[in-house]
Design a protein around this ligand. Structure first.
Ligand SMILES: *Cc1c(COP(=O)(O)O)cnc(C)c1O
Length: 380
């Protein structure tokens, strides 16, 4: 699905000596390299505060802790996402409220959010799924009206632009009260182990969060709040700092690959190619930078999806089904208040989505092999 080796070979001459330097200096934890990366990411994102941490799941949890959410508070999030999003809500004894998503961009549905709001609702967690932003303008409007926090799960969309209706662009993850991301190796900006970060423009929240990631300490050995231990280490920071200036190029390479896939599947009515829904032009647009294709996800119609998965695997082509089970049907997150009729889209998507290899090193020959193998299967 991803070619981490090819990308590594490209930056090997830069990244190897920087890792060596960290080892020589032995500043493995809280070293200057972490601080440098933090500053560079703040500049890239145009956000006031980046707080690095150990992984994306921690980032989400710490963001929620920082906002002071309390047991019993309801938090609305998408039914169609990776489990980490709902997991941390449940871990903090908040009440997850899963809602349906859109057919076009697979992101949280605005009407479903509105319907799910109760007096106990305290936050919305939009997930920018597969590399494309949720409808943040509408979400911020709802949040303002009902006095809710917005926590963006930006694990899959780092570097994506969100375009407002008036044309202004901002980076994904910097719009809500707080954003969380993951630097897991296969993410668009991935390190060589685990890593994550929290973003915010709120000075007080940033201060609170900096204490939480460090055992609730604001002054050495004074533990004012219950915190956690969640750190990005210096080796991961230098890897990320090497890749950050290349992130836009990496994302452009993904967009280019997506365009080639789209073109190859043109006119094949059993395949629905992923849509880039640009809020600014309110249309489907093929050239904007709003989608950074963490995944290239097709929907297949009237085809045996699982047969196609098997066929691709037999031909040595990796593929993935993200996600095969809606979260509301996962044993850990069952809730008798849910109605199947409220999850019409997720229930459909889990049956017909398939994600193809997507990374920065895909070449024309690979794309041609992948697409022709799929088209052959459909025509058989
Ligand atoms: C990867 C991912 C996470 C969790 O990130 P980790 O670094 O693996 O903990 C959270 N949310 C989404 C949507 C993800 O894709």
């Amino acid at each position: 699905m991803v070619d981490l080796k090819g990308q590594y070979n490209d930056i090997k001459d830069i990244v190897n000596p920087s890792i060596q330097e960290v080892i020589e200096n032995t500043a493995f934890i809280n070293g200057p390299k972490v601080h440098e990366f933090q500053g560079n990411l703040e500049s890239y994102l145009h956000v006031k505060h980046v707080i690095p941490c150990a992984n994306g799941t921690d980032a989400l949890q710490i963001a929620m802790m920082g906002l002071g959410l309390k047991p019993g508070d309801e938090v609305i999030t998408a039914d169609f996402t990776f489990a980490a999003t709902v997991e941390v809500i449940a871990l903090l004894q908040l009440t997850p409220v899963l809602v349906d998503v859109n057919e076009d961009d697979f992101n949280i549905n605005i009407e479903a959010i509105k319907k799910a709001i109760t007096p106990k609702t305290k936050a919305i967690v939009p997930v920018h799924l597969f590399g494309q932003c949720a409808d943040m303008e509408s979400i911020m409007e709802i949040a303002k009206k009902h006095n809710l926090f917005v926590i963006e799960d930006n694990a899959q969309a780092i570097g994506a632009n969100y375009t407002y209706t008036n044309g202004t662009k901002v980076k994904a993850g910097t719009i809500g009260n707080v954003g969380a991301t993951s630097f897991f190796p296969s993410k668009n900006l991935g390190c060589y182990g685990d890593g994550g970060a929290i973003f915010t423009n709120d000075d007080d929240l940033a201060h609170t969060i900096r204490g939480i990631v460090n055992h609730g300490m604001y002054e050495r050995y004074h533990h004012d709040v219950v915190g956690v231990n969640s750190r990005l280490d210096s080796i991961q920071a230098v890897v990320l700092d090497t890749k950050l200036p290349r992130l836009d190029d990496y994302n452009t390479a993904r967009q280019e690959a997506a365009r080639k896939y789209n073109k190859a599947f043109e006119g094949i009515d059993k395949i629905i190619t992923p849509k880039t829904v640009s809020r600014s032009c309110n249309d489907i647009c093929d050239t904007c930078d709003c989608h950074v294709f963490h995944q290239y996800t097709l929907r297949v119609k009237l085809i045996d999806r699982d047969g196609l998965v098997k066929h691709l695997n037999e031909n040595g082509i990796p593929c993935g089904v993200y996600y095969p089970i809606p979260l509301h049907k996962q044993k850990a997150y069952l809730d008798e208040r849910y109605n199947e009729s409220d999850f019409k889209v997720t229930n459909k998507l889990v049956k017909d989505v398939i994600s193809l290899p997507m990374h920065t090193e895909l070449d024309d020959e690979q794309i041609e092999f992948i697409t022709s193998t799929i088209i052959k299967f459909i025509n058989e």
